[in-house]
Design a binder for this molecule. Structure first.
Ligand SMILES: [Zn+2]
Length: 213
């Protein structure tokens, strides 16, 4: 699998992502938090001090072309296809019970989940090779593909950012986008506007929780 070109020269991302060139480019809401430390570590190689008080959860894709600068005693990590936490709300809740207050969710370009339908026959075959019946594997992949597929990586991050804020009303969520070429983190341009539109009501509708996958 190839490494795609850097985001900063990819036309698709010229108007949709903000570079973090220095500490000043980090939004005020994230300053002085583990979100800021993580961005500074990833983009500028600053060391991370593990205080032993773990307040950060990081969710990102299973993608092997990206690795995080995360020392032990610093963060909980969820890695799932596409990096969305939908379906892993219990894991999020558990980390909250252990003191987590911040969630970083990292999307990336060239995500396999944007090509799930194209890759579905290979995935079916992988299950068949493991002893699954062809028809059972096809049915399973069809169901899971619709749950896992995303059409555009940055839009999927935006939708998930809005959704997470509906489900967890006090968690401070930072949506970031990583360049697979140089592992630099970017801030989506839509973040500033979406952050202003978060729900003010602190109560989460029961139906929203009942309908979680
Ligand atoms: Zn991915």
């Amino acid at each position: 699998m190839n490494i795609p070109p850097p985001l900063r020269i990819d036309e698709k991302y010229q108007d949709t992502l903000l570079e973090v060139r220095s500490r000043e480019d980090i939004p005020d809401a994230w300053k002085g938090t583990p979100i800021e430390s993580f961005i500074m570590a990833q983009n500028f190689g600053w060391p991370i001090d593990s205080t032993g008080k773990v307040e950060l959860l990081i969710a990102t894709c299973i993608e092997f072309r990206y690795s995080m600068p995360v020392p032990k005693m610093y963060a909980y990590v969820i890695r799932r296809a596409s990096g969305r936490v939908i379906g892993s709300e219990f894991s999020v809740g558990y980390t909250l019970s252990q003191g987590v207050r911040y969630l970083i969710i990292i999307g990336h370009n060239d995500c396999g989940m944007s090509k799930v339908y194209e890759k579905a026959p290979l995935v079916v075959q992988a299950f068949v090779d493991q002893g699954w019946d062809q028809s059972v594997a096809e049915e399973y992949v069809k169901k899971q593909a619709s749950r896992h597929a995303i059409s555009d990586e940055l839009e999927a991050l935006q939708t998930e950012y809005i959704r997470i804020n509906q489900v967890f009303r006090k968690l401070i969520v930072a949506p970031l986008f990583v360049c697979l070429h140089d592992s630099r983190l970017y801030i989506p341009k839509w973040y500033a506007e979406e952050a202003k539109n978060l729900p003010k009501e602190t109560k989460v509708p029961a139906d929203l929780i009942k309908n979680l996958p």
